[in-house]
Ligand binder design. Sequence first.
Ligand code: ACO
Length: 431
Amino acid sequence: MKLADNKATLSFSNGSPSIELPVYQGSIGPDVIDIRKLYGQSGMFTYDPGFLSTASCQSAITYIDGDKGELLYRGYPIEQLATKCDYLDTCYLLLKGELPNATERDDFHKLVLKHTMVHEQMQFFLRGFRRDAHPMAVLTGLIGALSAFYHDSTDINNPQHREIAAIRLISKLPTLVAMAYKYGVGQPFMYPRNELSYAGNFLHMMFGTPCEDYKVNPVLEKALDRIFILHADHEQNASTSTVRLCGSSGTNPFAAIAAGVACLWGPAHGGANEACLNMLEDIQRNGGIAKVGEFMEQVKDKNSGVKLMGFGHRVYKNYDPRAKLMQETCNEVLAELGLEKDPLFALAKQVEKIALEDDYFVQRKLYPNVDFYSGIVQRAIGIPVSLFTGIFALARTVGWIAQLNEMLADPEYKIGRPRQLFTGSPRRDVP
Ligand code: ACO
């Protein structure tokens, strides 16, 4: 970390001596005030529930400029990665810091595609779930269970072991997500086919059956690969921070990733794509485009409890760059499948148009986020709504493990242990 030229001074109105705090500069983005010694010097904590102004770590992986609507993985704009690279190149970049050269690319692709199988025992574990269990509940369990298979062989203090855990996770997540899907629909699990691409293999495991050959549609394969790239990392969001916090105790990395999956499930985070599609389907059932205006009035009414899902973001106060790329993919997929007149897509466009012109949304800087269009793409591909967040988890696994490994390699890392402002009863005696 680089010290800035200036310092921050904290003064108190009660006459206590003021405190000087060091300021650090990143390579881009806001500086940070280092408050680590504040408690020792003043006996006070800072208060920031929701981390509105708190940097929880230093990181060199992903940078977001929310006002510009810019997303960089290791410095590269998401638009360039989405058009010039594939998901596994992106994984390599996130994990290692640089894009691979031709040999590194070939080796990395082979490595990831060689480890796609999961232990045969996993399917017996999976069979313990109800068939109608939510895929995110199943995935939380399955990924947590991986720790049982790789516990003794995973020493988090060994960088090589950390790298092996990362490859295992990236390789096996598509297999586990597809197994969760097949189990729910009562079809046999499809073993991975390592000669296919990462996205192509996932489509094969999802939609192939032992009864006939499955031909991967290249347009859908590319669309899915793009969904994976766009969701690969997003700096210190709720699930990534969960993975870091969980991993900070030195736990098994597969268990830490399972914690991230559990966090992602919520509708304010990864569950928004599912909630967004359910919302569009609800509007469609209740009258479609003609009723959009009425629905938007409900959204603006604070007492209704209705939110426009797929809109708004803690960091982006401009168009989410991923939403633009996703809208482009949406057009390609719908055209390929002859669904250009898809009523839900038309409805989504109408909702977006109204919101972008409405004062309520303009004033609050609420724009579509990545989830607004990703649900429509996934639905067109044939992915059931309840699996949308599972696809997100699959794609985000590389970001989680890259961030976890970055933290474990950081000599400054400590177990995460927030403090509190206590507002309960002071000590009292039981009568
Ligand atoms: N619909 C209607 N109003 C909204 C929405 C929305 N989607 N999002 C924010 N607002 C309003 C809030 O009510 C608030 O209004 P107020 O100032 O009058 O009280 C204002 O905009 C600011 O919103 P906050 O809730 O303070 O913003 P915060 O940063 O805490 O929340 C969040 C961000 C959780 C993403 C929120 O915008 C939301 O719930 N959106 C819908 C869910 C969603 O799409 N989540 C996906 C996020 S992206 C991802 O995880 C990949």
